[in-house]
Design a protein around this ligand. Structure first.
Ligand code: ADQ
Length: 409
């Protein structure tokens, strides 16, 4: 294990427009995931578990909810001077604009690099569900004497247009990088896939400082679009770290060994929730050797008063009343399911009351909602479209607070 001094920038400012309406009042990293997490908890847990504990979280859009979450969940002891998760909002320290892109966000906080003078800087996205031992990537970076290392994995060719696509040799040395190419290059020996950047980088500090300086001079703002191609053109040593080689302790035999999900759209977000359900979940949230941390909620456990609960997760302080039937559903905390409610394939977030006689199928109900008695959602897409957002895959989303608000009218 390397003893480098490392600081982390976690890019948590993304707008998350494809996750609307879940992102209408919060940024993508702050969107709830699973029975008790927020999306940002996965990258932060990976960093902490990898002993990288000097963490700056760069926020921008609609950051209040994320800041609250970080305060409640990620306050590390003030006695540990170099160990913290600090939220950094745009402050116009240099220039007169908000963060214009990922590289600009780091550039505007370059003073933090100068103050800490780390050996290495890791720049990670905050938008994905995965476990990763980042130290293994750092060791790879060291062994290759790389200037920059990019974590990467194969993705289906039709999805690759949304990623940075890498061409690398068998040692990992990158010869080409294209951000979101119209015509992604397939992998040698794997024509249906392209080798995609996970948006997670390890930089040598000096290389990063120089690259940000040069990019700023040229008016460039983004790692994928500008900084990485520029570094490649200047013959720096760029390597790809194959995520498939990452080994996490405590992974169960039935889990997908290398699990990484981009939950940027409603359908991908909904389907990733299937991965945490079942007797043998593809992604098992319970792994004491690589825990995913979140807020330390102090409420009681769930209460099931009757009914039938099949293959579902129940959050803390939730109450399930008699005669309700829940299957393949995730119910987050302080939610009440009244009598004779039927939920099938649903994600019900915190502080929701589903009133008696309601029937919901393939529905996400965001926080702070009251679903009126006898409400039917998810059984008639045309009717649902009149009132709610329905995704291309047919998932209906009830936005935060909306129904409760109408219910009071
Ligand atoms: P995208 O995900 O499209 O591609 P981007 O929207 O820049 O890139 O988001 C990257 C990360 O930075 C996200 O975590 C986002 O929340 C955050 N972010 C975006 N704008 C920000 C800003 N102004 N301030 C702070 N944080 C910001 C990137 C790479 C691709 C790679 C994919 C993998 O550019 O090469 O394939 O990630 O998902």
């Amino acid at each position: 294990m390397s003893a480098d001094r490392i600081i982390a920038f976690v890019m948590a400012g993304g707008q998350g427009s494809r996750l609307q309406p879940l992102t209408s009042a919060r940024s993508k990293p702050s969107v709830p995931f699973g029975s008790r997490y927020r999306i940002v908890d996965f990258v932060l847990s990976n960093l902490i578990n990898s002993q990288i504990r000097t963490i700056y979280l760069l926020v921008q859009y609609k950051s209040q909810s994320l800041i609250e979450h970080v305060r409640k969940a990620w306050t590390i002891s003030p006695l540990l001077q170099d160990q913290f998760v600090t939220v950094v909002p745009p402050q116009m320290r240099s220039g007169s604009s908000w963060f214009q892109g990922t590289a600009d966000a780091v550039q505007q906080n370059i003073n933090l690099l100068e103050e800490h003078a780390p050996d290495l800087v890791v720049v990670f996205g905050a938008d994905h569900i995965y476990r990763m031992d980042i130290r293994q990537m750092v060791d790879f970076h060291r062994e290759r004497e790389a200037d920059v290392t990019i974590a990467a994995l194969p993705v289906p060719l039709e999805d690759a247009k949304g990623f940075g696509v890498i061409v690398a040799d068998e040692t990992g040395r990158i010869s080409a990088f294209q951000e979101k190419p119209a015509d992604p290059r397939p992998m040698p020996g794997n024509p249906n896939c392209a080798f995609a950047s996970m948006g997670n980088y390890v930089f040598d500090t000096k290389v990063l400082l120089n690259a940000l300086h040069d990019s700023q001079q040229a008016g460039e703002t983004d790692f994928g679009q500008h900084v990485l191609p520029r570094l490649l053109a200047s013959e720096k040593r760029l390597f790809s770290y194959d995520f498939a080689t990452n080994e996490i302790p405590g992974i169960k035999p039935y889990e997908t060994q290398v699990y990484w999900r981009d939950v940027g759209g409603i359908d991908a977000y909904f389907s990733a929730h299937k991965d945490v359900l079942g007797a043998e979940p593809v992604f098992d949230a319970f792994n004491p050797e690589w825990p995913i941390y979140s807020s330390n909620y102090q409420g009681p456990v769930a209460r099931v008063l009757g009914g039938q609960v099949t293959n579902s997760l129940l959050g803390a302080a939730t109450v399930i009343h008699d005669n309700s039937r829940l299957s393949n559903s995730i119910i987050r905390r302080e939610t009440v399911i009244e009598e004779d409610v039927e939920l099938e394939d649903c994600i019900i977030m915190d502080y929701v009351r589903i009133c008696r006689g309601s029937r919901l199928r393939r529905v996400i109900v965001d926080r702070h909602n009251i679903i009126d008695p006898g409400t039917i959602i998810g059984h008639d897409p045309d009717a649902d479209r009149q009132r709610f957002h329905v995704s291309p895959g047919g998932v209906t989303v009830v936005p935060s607070g909306l129904v409760g608000f109408f219910a009071r009218d």
